[in-house]
Design a protein around this ligand. Structure first.
Ligand SMILES: Cc1ncc(COP(=O)(O)O)c(C=O)c1O
Ligand SMILES: N[C@@H](CCCC[NH3+])C(=O)O
Length: 463
């Protein structure tokens, strides 16, 4: 996740400060298409636009901070994933990355399925008309109420995460006179190359049932015996923000090995495997993510090869990209409040949001880019740290970035690639009001999640 320190200092530094930053970009006004969504551009005035609308007009109408979601880009990414995997595979968008009713409708229209991991996400999905059979229900500790509702509405699959849950789901399904389609989530023992908080396939963590020690094989044994369950396959998710395909390859290979063991022991060929989500996106110009068609090709080749070697029919594959679909499609727009140069260090740029709208920098030491978007500037680059307005020194949005040295209060700056895990992980810390999500398409901007109000906060506080 880190870039190497580079001997390009801030304009007012004699000694280089600590940090992960590269040389200032040759042109601070350039918007790198790697990190900005597809319809983002600059107009003749130098103002950045999305879907043809200037950020000055957007800030005026919707206020700041706010997330702007490029609907055309979102839909194009859905189509790219669906086309790459084709009709013999299923793409489930991971709603945890960002979910709203508008997003559910877009997914439905573009032919994607949906992965939810809580009763709240399930309810959003159903209320926007996602057919239940296109929903997968995840979670390491689903409540009985959540399970009952999922079974009652007829979700397409529940992904079982523990021995207790195998029994719990079976009993609930049976009590409702149903047979629930399920997968078993396994941990394949891969150390995914990502931040330790978002790696999920090593054995020492809370998700899934380990292949090691025959645990997963035992889970299959138990699930196959229960009348309330129809075991349709095995699930593996190795982590998030991963660039290296090697982890997915090992995971696919180990899952197919389990299918072969199941066939040998029970004479049953499970028809499906799910290889999870986790594909990385570009947060800075130095990140080089894989395209959906490359991922689809790599995964289907490994699965086909391993199945041929084991004499198995190739199972139907599903994947669950969240970040790779929504992440690049949005940016957060902030207004600069203060600019504080610290001699020999860097310049602290305070914005009107912070860790309440983007916790990822504080939580994972994530890297982001940032640009001045309300105008262009020919001023020299200034090593900056973009910080929020919370009572916390770790309230950092962009740890190290270059902004023009004439940056001033009132300017608008934007952080790209904030579509995933920003609004969905937003908090009310310091009673911050969570920002709106505004969808922009072909010259029209529409609020899809409104800004919280002080009344919303007071309504929860019942005295
Ligand atoms: C089971 C499962 N599927 C899919 C995802 C989506 O991951 P990402 O947004 O990295 O694609 C996650 C989150 O990491 C997950 O836990
Ligand atoms: N929320 C994390 C990823 C976890 C994904 C869900 N299992 C992130 O922002 O990167």
């Amino acid at each position: 996740m880190s870039r190497s320190a580079h001997p390009a200092g801030p304009r007012h530094a004699d000694v280089l400060p600590e940090g992960h930053y590269s040389a200032p970009p040759a042109d601070l006004n350039r918007l790198d298409p790697k990190v900005w969504s597809r319809t983002v551009d600059r107009d003749a005035r130098g103002v950045v636009t999305v879907g043809g609308i200037g950020v000055d007009a957007l800030a005026e109408e919707f206020g700041t901070p706010a997330y702007f979601l490029d609907e055309d880009d979102f839909r194009a990414r859905c189509r790219a994933w669906a086309e790459a995997f084709g009709k013999d595979a299923d793409v489930f968008y991971a709603g945890k990355a960002f979910l709203s009713r508008a997003v559910v409708r877009w997914l439905k229209e573009e032919g994607l399925n949906l992965d939810v991991c809580s009763g709240g996400e399930l309810s959003t999905a159903l209320s926007a008309g996602m057919p239940a059979e296109r929903i997968a229900f995840h979670g390491n500790n689903k409540s009985e109420d959540e399970i009952r509702r999922a079974v009652e509405v007829g979700v397409g699959r529940i992904v079982l995460d523990s021995f207790q849950e195998i029994v719990r789901v079976a009993h609930i399904a049976q009590s409702l006179g149903k047979r629930q389609r399920v997968q078993i989530r396994v941990t394949v023992g891969v150390e995914a190359h990502t931040h330790e908080f978002i790696a999920t396939a090593h054995e020492d963590q809370k998700f899934g049932i380990a292949l090691a020690g025959g645990q997963a094989a035992e889970a299959v044994r138990r699930a196959l015996k229960l009348d309330g369950l129809e075991l349709i396959g095995i699930h593996s998710h190795i982590g998030s923000q991963i660039f290296d395909m090697a982890g997915f390859e090992v995971s696919a290979r180990r899952v197919v090995q389990l299918l072969a063991e199941v066939r040998d022991e029970h004479g049953v060929e499970l028809p499906e495997i799910d290889l999870g989500g986790g594909l990385g996106i570009a947060y800075t110009s130095e990140d080089d993510p894989r395209e959906p068609h490359e991922i689809a090709k790599a995964l289907s080749e490994i699965v086909t090869r391993e199945c041929e070697a084991a004499g198995l029919r190739t199972p139907r594959i599903s994947v669950e990209p969240g970040r790779a679909i929504v992440g690049p499609t949005a940016f957060t727009l902030y207004r600069v409040g203060t600019v504080k140069p610290l001699e020999g260090l860097r310049t602290y740029v305070s914005v009107d949001g912070g860790m309440s709208d983007n916790i990822r920098t504080a939580l994972y030491d994530a890297e982001y880019s940032v640009s001045l978007v309300s105008r262009t500037s020919e001023a020299e680059p200034m090593l900056s740290r973009v910080v929020g307005k919370h009572c916390e020194s770790g309230d950092i949005v962009v740890r190290d970035a270059f902004l023009p040295s004439d940056l001033a209060p009132g300017d608008l700056i934007a952080v790209p690639a904030t579509g995933a895990y920003c609004r969905s992980m937003a908090s009310n810390y310091n009673h911050a009001l969570r920002p709106p999500v505004v969808a922009v398409r072909e010259g029209e901007a529409r609020v899809v999640v409104r800004r919280e109000t002080e009344e919303d906060l007071l309504r929860l506080d019942v005295g």
